[in-house]
Design a protein around this ligand. Structure first.
Ligand SMILES: Nc1nc2c(c(=O)[nH]1)N[C@H]1C(S)=C(S)[C@@H](COP(=O)(O)OP(=O)(O)OC[C@H]3O[C@@H](n4cnc5c(=O)[nH]c(N)nc54)[C@H](O)[C@@H]3O)O[C@H]1N2
Ligand SMILES: Nc1nc2c(c(=O)[nH]1)N[C@H]1C(S)=C(S)[C@@H](COP(=O)(O)OP(=O)(O)OC[C@H]3O[C@@H](n4cnc5c(=O)[nH]c(N)nc54)[C@H](O)[C@@H]3O)O[C@H]1N2
Ligand code: SF4
Ligand SMILES: [Mo]
Length: 738
């Protein structure tokens, strides 16, 4: 038998199924990919890929892929489409956009994006900025934004969150489950553990992380802010904080000490369900085993309302209080790209000055941080340390989803007329899908354009749909929205099949049709050349190198030279940035919006706490359900229930049960698990059935098991940054579905 290497060429790129972008080698034969494997030389992944990657070829050639542009011929949701040419579709859309801008202003256009998908995102921002619209949405919102912004406001930048093997002595894994969500970091954690790092896990479920923990705090969902304040209080009372760092580098200590004093350990036990002794143990471990690190964790950004701010601020405060900030083995401050012209090329500042823009974002009134004003203040706070700007600035501008649907349905604060959806599936990934479907079907929305690999429930409600090239079919320069300081280049492995094009081309083609000529190089490669200019290399030259990446050395204790990127140059435990934006800067704890402590009567109707959407290794959110390889391993949506409650409800393993909330009901399959508290259930997120009927009312079965069909979207559920509430909700489980 001939070895694969003998007849195939090898192209090196990154797996694009998720934003970890593990390096891969693609074997190509006669222009077709025949095998994908980890690239041992690539520092991202070091040759290891997760199970999702095994579906790469199936994905690339899947019979359900979108291969041609489509135009709707029936009503939105009727499932009636006609094939059109790229040119005709783009001409019509551009004409429409020009008209909408003339009639309603540039702000009437919104880009609706997802988690980082590289070229499409920055190209979309560039387009909107040139168009004059400040209205973008990405799943940076809901994706840990509240935590990143709290970190930025407190110490000027977000931090790395993984332990350093052999150096870190204690890692607090808080609202995070790396074994399912990031296999690479989990390997690092296991190595750190082997080298003596103690693990403290804070999670309502006994996850794989919790099973490896030296100490597991089984917290009541949503009460993390109280736990955080309790830990701060103990660390101050027991004088375990870093006096020198606090005296030299922190402001606001007295105010924090006072607030935290209201959270003695016995009271915290009552609020959080975590035994007092374990809280004390955790405080001592974290504060004395140095250096120590506290993870991020998207869960805490999903617990709703003010509960979020206290939790994420408490984490930031703990890092500083113990002097575990900006030190090797602790939470290390990130930095902007050292030698890439990225920020300037996204043209944020152009949008600020745009002559046609007269209004702030849709969210500016309700969530002042998500506004041009917030963005400007942010830039000002960090201009001394980071004069060229900073990527997290984009988080400031990202609208809250609730404001999007209001702007369509109620035309408030002003009408939103055009939405371009690329790389997101909000009917599965944002709160209260019923409102979203109503908005996307509304006649108030004059234009809805979508671009994806497959038809999705969301795109069934579009007017035009474009087929996206996948990660094998496009060159790549991994930039992670500028949230990292490294970059990695990858080559196009194969030419796009059919009429698929890369996401950049949608924006370029539209840009050239709406008065943005001269701003759009012809290809992604040429745009990458612009980013790479300061390095003196073209994209092609970078690809010709064996090491086609740059990982600048990590710098520790940067603050000793430059201070922190805040208004005062210090760590602001009570951030002045928040105060200036109009947000209460104190980390006051409040119960989640739906809690039994707030409303004991609620427990009668909905006696269980609902958390949802924690990651499973086989899928990325709503994607890949149509890959046979993966669906075989994880065929159905599962709701985790404690066996004790299941017995009371006469539910057995594998029964399909109803999960009911005040918003409605869905069904999932019962998975009995004594690692979950009897008062809590966990529902899988993001479930739809690509194999079912496309047209309404089915929309690929989007109403059957999709937890976001039953999550709330009233204003009080959103946190200070405008994120949805997906956890710390309430529900009841109803006996098996007939
Ligand atoms: N396989 C896979 N990997 C992914 C993704 C994916 O879809 N699939 N998505 C990527 C993205 S965009 C993200 S944001 C990350 C998210 O990855 P993670 O941050 O790890 O988030 P989750 O797995 O959603 O939740 C982590 C843990 O939080 C716990 N939790 C729930 N509610 C609470 C609470 O109130 N308090 C506390 N302390 N814990 C709680 C859950 O039980 C869960 O074990 O994963 C990334 N990686
Ligand atoms: N209940 C609940 N809801 C949640 C969460 C939760 O924990 N619980 N987590 C939230 C978080 S952290 C996140 S990040 C969001 C994720 O929200 P989304 O980003 O909306 O999630 P995905 O399902 O990954 O949607 C991506 C869509 O884009 C397509 N796509 C992927 N890559 C590309 C590309 O390169 N180009 C184009 N054109 N299309 C592409 C996929 O096929 C898919 O249809 O969900 C949020 N929603
Ligand atoms: S899907 Fe798996 S292999 Fe691909 S980038 Fe994500 S973690 Fe890496
Ligand atoms: Mo996310």
């Amino acid at each position: 038998m001939v070895a694969m290497e003998e007849y195939s060429e090898i192209r090196r790129t990154s797996c694009g199924f998720c934003h970890w972008q593990c390096g891969v080698r693609v074997h190509v034969e006669k222009g077709r990919p025949v095998k994908v494997e980890g690239d041992t030389e690539n520092p991202l992944g070091h040759g290891l890929v997760c199970v999702k990657n095994s579906a790469a070829l199936e994905f690339h050639d899947h019979s359900d892929r979108l291969n041609y542009p489509l135009k709707r011929i029936g009503e939105r949701g009727e499932g009636k489409w006609r094939r059109v040419s790229w040119k005709d579709a783009l001409d019509e859309i551009a004409e429409n956009l020009i008209q909408i801008k003339r009639d309603y202003g540039p702000e009437a256009l919104l880009f609706l994006g997802g988690m980082p998908h590289e070229p499409g995102d920055w190209a979309a921002w560039r387009f909107c900025n040139l168009f004059g619209s400040p209205n973008v949405f990405n799943q940076g919102k809901n994706c840990g934004e509240a935590e990143i912004l709290a970190e930025c406001a407190t110490y000027g930048w977000h931090t790395s969150k993984a332990p350093k093997p052999g150096v870190t002595k204690c890692a607090v894994i808080w609202g995070k489950n790396w074994p399912q969500s990031d296999h690479g970091t989990w390997r690092t954690v296991l190595e750190a553990k082997e080298k003596g790092c103690k693990l403290v896990v804070i999670d309502p479920r006994k996850t794989q992380s919790a099973s490896k923990a030296d100490l597991w705090l089984q917290v009541r969902p949503g009460s993390d802010g109280a736990l955080g304040l309790g830990l701060i209080n103990l660390i101050i009372q027991e004088k375990l904080y870093d006096h020198k760092f606090v005296d030299t580098w922190c402001t606001g200590f007295a105010e924090i000490k006072k607030i935290a004093a209201d959270y003695p350990a016995d009271k915290v036990e009552e609020i959080t369900w975590v035994p007092e002794e374990k809280i004390r143990q955790a405080a001592r471990m974290y504060a004395t085993l140095k250096p120590a690190v506290i993870s991020g964790g998207v869960a805490l950004c999903h617990i709703g309302g003010r509960a979020v701010k206290s939790a994420v601020q408490a984490k930031a405060i703990l890092r500083a209080l113990t002097g575990n900030l900006d030190v090797e083995g602790g939470n290390v401050l990130g930095q902007p790209f050292q030698d890439l012209a990225w920020f300037g090329n996204v043209l944020w500042d152009k949008m600020l000055e745009h002559p046609d823009r007269t209004r702030d974002t849709l969210s500016a009134e309700k969530f002042p941080i998500a506004s041009v004003k917030g963005y400007r203040l942010f830039r000002e706070a960090m201009k001394k340390q980071h004069p060229k700007g900073y990527s997290a600035a984009m988080y400031m501008l990202v609208n809250s989803s609730i404001c999007i649907w209001d702007a369509i349905l109620k035309q408030k604060p002003y009408p939103l007329k055009a939405v371009i959806t690329q790389g997101t599936n909000p009917l599965l990934t944002l709160g209260n899908a019923r409102t979203i479907s109503k908005a996307l079907k509304s006649d108030n929305l004059a234009l809805h354009v979508g671009m994806d690999f497959f038809m999705t429930p969301t795109l069934e409600l579009a007017d035009y749909v474009f087929p996206a090239a996948d990660w094998l079919e496009r060159p790549n320069l991994l930039l992670e929205w500028g949230n990292v300081d490294y970059y990695v280049a990858g080559e196009k492995a194969v030419e796009p099949l059919y009429e698929r094009r890369d996401d950049y081309q949608l924006w370029r083609e539209l840009g050239n049709r709406v008065d943005q000529k001269g701003h759009w190089p012809d290809s992604l490669d040429e745009m990458f050349d612009k980013f790479l200019k300061p390095t003196g290399l073209t994209f092609k030259q970078l690809l010709a190198k064996k090491e086609r990446w740059s990982f600048p050395p990590i710098k520790y204790k940067k603050h000793e030279k430059d201070g922190f990127a805040t208004f005062s140059g210090k760590v602001e435990l009570v951030p002045s940035l928040f105060r200036k934006i109009g947000i209460d800067p104190l980390p006051k704890y409040e119960e989640p919006p739906r809690s039994f402590a707030r409303d004991p009567m609620m427990a009668k109707q909905y006696p269980l706490i609902l958390i949802s959407g924690s990651r499973v290794i086989q899928y990325i959110h709503s994607t890949l359900r149509n890959m046979k390889t993966l669906r075989k391993i994880y065929p159905d949506p599962l709701v985790q229930i404690n066996p004790k409650i299941a017995a009371e409800l006469e539910i057995s393993e594998g029964d399909w049960v109803w999960i009911e909330t005040p918003e409605g009901r869905i069904k999932q399959k019962a998975k009995l698990d004594d690692g979950i508290d009897p008062r809590v259930v966990h529902a899988d997120g993001f479930w739809w059935y690509p194999e079912e009927t496309a047209e309404e009312p089915s929309l690929f079965g989007v109403w059957k098991s999709n937890v976001n069909a039953i999550t709330p979207d009233a204003c009080e559920f959103f946190d200070y940054a405008g994120d949805n509430a997906f956890r710390a909700l309430i529900c009841r489980i109803v006996k098996p579905v007939q």
